[in-house]
Design a protein around this ligand. Structure first.
Ligand code: NAG
Ligand code: NAG
Ligand code: NAG
Length: 382
């Protein structure tokens, strides 16, 4: 949801075609590549072959190892691009693999996963709203994102993903029909039989059975985790292995409390706690609950959603926020949650960081939950 004031501000902002280019800062321009190429410094030759490790200076993504890309974070006073993480550590490589209860894993989650910079408008007018991500949902999933936050609205006799306000989708806040994004999710689940995805719906749909019809038509019911299988009393979840074996690989939560009874869609806050989103959720040293939701320390909710993104998405500062600030907040929210680690880390521009970013935060969380180790991607003996 966005506020009317901010939309007016954006109208002004975009009026003179000054829409910020996400590529202007952060990744490398062709000009830079050309300049460097002309000089051909001998010590750059090896790293131009896709072997650059984390932190190695680079000029193109191709210089970095496959799980990395070339990025600089000026918001953290870094001007020289370096190989930066863009993929999560695979669950299959964890020491305990899929044998733990589902609530003992941490998942990378994108806030407004569909509000992608550069999206082609599909409602016939330019999109004038905030953007929170910069790559497709398919790319997000391939990079290890497993939680998607989607705002669903009734629009044009259908259900659309809109970044809108006051519960109404407008032409200029409409990104795309929701079934298009669900089709990407289905393709991923079909191709990756050991992966589990969670969808959090900010739900403005009033069409009777609208959401259930949407998922049915998208062919996703075969992956649906039934509400009856979700513990709402603080008990541990089934193990990840059991969920995979039963093909319960799609968890869908709605924020509309009525739909659990009417449509069998889990009401999010019966199962999760959630900290405050926006600027109020980013103050160092405090992890307040989201308004109107259970206390962070409410142990009758086994899953914990940790938001860490500003009120107004900021592609420039995201790399800084997703690094030290996020990392500090993990322990703060752990303490606020009754010594429980967060399960979903929800971010804007999730790949942006000073090196490890969200991926390092997840390695820490999963290390802590698997066996009290600091980093699941390194040798964790348990
Ligand atoms: C770990 O899980 C993956 C599936 O996620 C499976 O393919 C792999 O064989 C498992 N490895 C071990 C050691 O259990
Ligand atoms: C989405 O639904 C519309 C009808 O509402 C249909 O025309 C279109 O083909 C669907 N797209 C996908 C990807 O299923
Ligand atoms: C934020 O808090 C952590 C402790 O939780 C502390 O180590 C860190 O220095 C603080 N950072 C800032 C910028 O205040």
């Amino acid at each position: 949801m966005v506020k009317i004031g901010t939309v007016l501000l954006l109208l002004l902002f975009f009026h003179n075609q000054q829409a910020y280019s996400l590529d202007a800062i952060g990744s490398t321009s062709d000009t830079m590549i050309a300049t460097v190429g002309d000089a051909e410094p001998a010590n750059l030759v090896p790293i131009l072959r896709g072997t650059g490790q984390l932190g190695t200076q680079c000029f193109t993504d191709a210089a970095c190892a496959p799980s990395l890309y070339c990025f600089a974070c000026p918001a953290a006073s870094e001007l020289q691009p370096k190989c930066t993480r863009k993929t999560a550590t695979a669950t299959s490589t964890f020491p305990k693999n899929t044998s733990l209860p589902f609530n003992k894993y941490a998942w990378l989650t994108t806030h407004n996963s569909y509000a992608i910079f550069g999206s082609t408008p599909q409602a016939g007018v330019p999109i004038i709203t905030f953007f929170n991500q910069e790559d497709s949902v398919t790319d997000q999933l391939n990079n290890g994102v497993r939680g998607l936050m989607l705002d669903m609205y009734d629009f044009r006799n259908d259900i659309w993903l809109c970044h809108s306000f006051q519960g109404t989708c407008y032409e200029f806040t409409a990104f795309r029909p929701a079934n298009k994004t669900l089709a990407e999710i289905k393709t991923f689940l079909d191709a990756n039989p050991n992966e589990v995805i969670t969808i959090f719906i900010e739900d403005y749909v009033h069409a009777p059975n609208g959401i259930s019809r949407l998922f049915t038509n998208a062919g996703l019911m075969k992956y649906w985790m039934p509400v009856a299988m979700m513990p709402s009393n603080g008990k541990p979840w089934p193990t990840l292995r059991e969920m995979i074996q039963r093909n319960h690989r799609l968890l869908v939560f709605t924020q509309d409390s009525t739909k659990e009874a009417t449509e069998g869609i889990a009401f999010q806050w019966r199962y999760t706690t959630e900290n405050q989103y926006g600027d109020d959720g980013m103050r160092n040293g405090s992890c307040p609950k989201r308004n109107g939701t259970p206390a962070m320390s409410d142990v009758s909710r086994s899953l914990i959603v940790q938001n860490y993104f500003p009120t107004n998405p900021n592609p420039i500062n995201a790399c800084r926020d997703n690094s030290g600030g996020l990392f500090n907040m993990l322990s703060t929210c752990f303490a606020a949650s009754g010594n429980r680690w967060s399960n979903y880390i929800a971010l804007d521009f999730y790949k942006r960081s000073t090196g490890g970013g969200a991926f390092r935060a997840l390695d820490f969380l999963n290390g802590q939950m698997e066996c009290d180790c600091q980093d699941i991607s390194k040798s964790c003996s348990c």
